[in-house]
Write a protein that binds this ligand. Structure first.
Ligand code: BV8
Length: 241
């Protein structure tokens, strides 16, 4: 894979780097994306499963969907692109800002990860907030043992606020980085989708890694139209040659 010379020379300066990842980052680990062809939203109605109202209308279907995703996230293996990001943080300051809820950056061993849309790893009661779990449920709907309410995953649904700590950390890192890698996201969902433009305005080099690039014209300095599992190791290799 040929990398732009200016990207290689910037990498060799060991710049402060933000890696912003979406569902495409986990595609090569076997987790379906949302909007690519054959993605999750092809088969499921987003508003029936990933919104508070949808959850209350379709509680059992939503709980089953999340339990299945939790189990999958625990069994798949982070691919070479995840390992490359762990190597990268040994070479330069790396902050990972992910829209993903599968926890694969943590499992791969990355140390600075901000989960903008929460996590599948934990759950709580929709009614009283009591911490709970959903991954190993066998009987649905799953009720809270404290108040009898319904158990929901600790993800951020549409119409819900993002976790303040993760969001402010993501904006702070984006505003002060020199390299912004925008990996595997269709850039549809806000406020996460505003990050690459913010990075560009703050003077960072913006690089999109996506077989089907989608950033509006003028946001990315460079586009690598390759899968994350190939492009990210290529960046690490460029440091070594
Ligand atoms: C908010 C967690 C403030 C759950 C997700 C009306 C009312 C309320 C809000 C809004 C509204 N209108 C608009 C909004 C804002 C809304 C929004 O942006 N909507 C969009 C649809 C327009 N945002 C929100 O609601 C956010 N909260 O704004 O709060 C507020 C509050 C109240 C009222 C107003 C404002 C909350 C958003 C979080 C939603 N939660 N996930 C779950 O996972 O179940 S979003 C969901 O989509 C995913 O988590 C993911 O984060 C997100 C984006 O998807 P992508 O990651 O980009 O994945 P996608 O499939 O789309 O694309 C994959 C890409 O990978 C493709 O480009 C493909 O080419 C590429 N690819 C494929 N293979 C590879 C690859 N790339 C590299 N390598 C490969 N191998």
């Amino acid at each position: 894979m040929t990398l732009p010379p200016r990207l290689i020379s910037l990498l060799r300066e060991r710049p402060r780097t933000v890696v912003h990842t979406g569902a495409g980052m986990s595609a090569e680990s076997g987790i379906a994306t949302f909007r690519s062809s054959g993605g999750m939203w092809d088969r499921l109605d987003l508003m029936d499963l990933a919104t508070p109202d949808g959850f209350l209308r379709h509680t059992e279907a939503s709980q089953r969907w999340y339990a299945q995703r939790m189990q999958q996230a625990q069994t798949v293996t982070p691919h070479a692109g995840y390992d490359a990001l762990v190597h990268l943080e040994h070479e330069m300051p790396v902050t990972i800002v992910t829209q993903n809820v599968d926890g694969l950056h943590h499992r791969a061993g990355s140390s600075t990860v901000h989960e903008l849309h929460g996590t599948l790893r934990t759950a709580h009661c929709f009614a009283c907030g009591h911490p709970s779990h959903l991954a190993d449920a066998t009987d649905f709907p799953v009720h809270c043992t404290t108040c009898g309410g319904f158990i929901r995953p600790d993800v951020v649904w549409f119409g819900e606020m993002l976790p303040e700590a993760a969001l402010s950390a993501a904006f702070a890192a984006t505003e002060t980085c020199a390299l912004f890698l925008h990996v595997g996201t269709s850039s549809n969902v806000y406020p996460a989708a505003s990050l690459p433009g913010l990075a560009r305005d703050a003077g960072a080099m913006v690089v999109e890694i996506n077989p089907e690039p989608g950033l509006p014209h003028g946001v990315a300095h460079y586009t690598l139209p390759h899968p994350a599992g190939q492009a990210l190791p290529a960046l690490v290799n460029a440091l070594r040659t």
